[in-house]
Design a protein around this ligand. Structure first.
Ligand SMILES: C[S@@+](CC[C@H](N)C(=O)[O-])C[C@H]1O[C@@H](n2cnc3c(N)ncnc32)[C@H](O)[C@@H]1O
Length: 239
């Protein structure tokens, strides 16, 4: 599937231009990942149909605060966070099937009951599937930086996403992003500081945050460290 595609809109069947933050590469599933889709997805996967609003309490069977992680990659750090914090419910969303298979196996290995997985475009889910103020925290760790200028429009963190986050995160809740791509970090900082009607920069306007101890190094971050890229955390509180 291409990044830019055409589809019918919901109202009148007029064609609408969509720019996505990912290019779907199927990638091969290992036999263990294929088994995970067959046997674990029915328990831990959420088959969301676009347009449906999720009932998070019903999905988890309790009313604990919910953390959403966008683009979890192979899910190792998400699974570790969910295991460390059983008092919260964790929802991971990713489009890359091998990564999802990997996370399903981690859920099984760690015996987690507080983590569910979606295979969807996170922007679509936030537009249509999450009730207002339903999330305690949203995490966006090492989103694709799309370094070429002509690709900047594909960066997931933009004004629309900030608006969607402001709607989905409860008052007092947190949005936590991290990136190893300095120009993207600067853009995120500027866009989020500019949204000060909704979000307060916990480090103070114009400043990056320290990596909190509860955030383990992600796989992508380990690569960034090997390459000597500086890692920036951005942590904002919803007013
Ligand atoms: C650079 S990787 C980082 C993965 C992981 N967070 C880490 O730090 O190792 C970015 C991930 O975001 C996913 N992604 C990009 N756009 C997405 C979207 N709109 N919805 C869900 N996942 C998305 C990609 O498939 C990719 O796995």
């Amino acid at each position: 599937m291409g990044v830019v595609e055409r589809r019918l809109d919901e109202t009148g069947g007029r064609s609408q231009r969509l720019i996505r933050s990912f290019v779907l590469r199927e990638g091969r599933l290992t036999p263990a990942q294929a088994r995970a889709f067959a046997t674990l997805w029915p328990h831990f996967g959420i088959d969301w149909t676009p347009g449906e609003v999720l009932d998070l309490s019903a999905l988890f069977g309790n009313d604990r605060p919910v953390v959403l992680e966008i683009g979890f990659g192979n899910g190792e750090s998400l699974a570790a966070m969910a295991e460390q914090d059983l008092g919260r419910n964790w929802l991971g969303i990713e489009v890359h099937r091998p990564g999802i298979g990997h996370l399903l196996l981690e859920i099984e290995r760690r015996g987690l009951n507080n983590l569910r997985v979606l295979r969807q475009d996170a922007v679509e889910l936030l537009r249509h599937g999450i009730p207002p103020a339903a999330l305690d925290r949203v995490q966006l760790f090492f989103p694709d930086p799309w370094p070429k200028k002509r690709h900047h429009k594909r960066r997931i963190l933009n004004r629309e996403l900030i608006e969607l986050l402001a709607r989905a995160i409860r008052p007092g809740g947190i949005f936590h992003a991290a990136t190893d791509w300095p120009p993207y970090a600067e853009q995120m900082l500027a866009l989020l500081d500019d949204a000060s009607d909704w979000f307060i920069n916990t480090a103070g306007p114009g400043y990056y945050a320290h990596r909190p101890a509860h955030r383990p190094l992600t796989r992508f971050e380990q690569r960034a460290e090997r390459l000597g890229h500086p890692v920036r955390d951005l942590i904002y509180r919803r007013r």
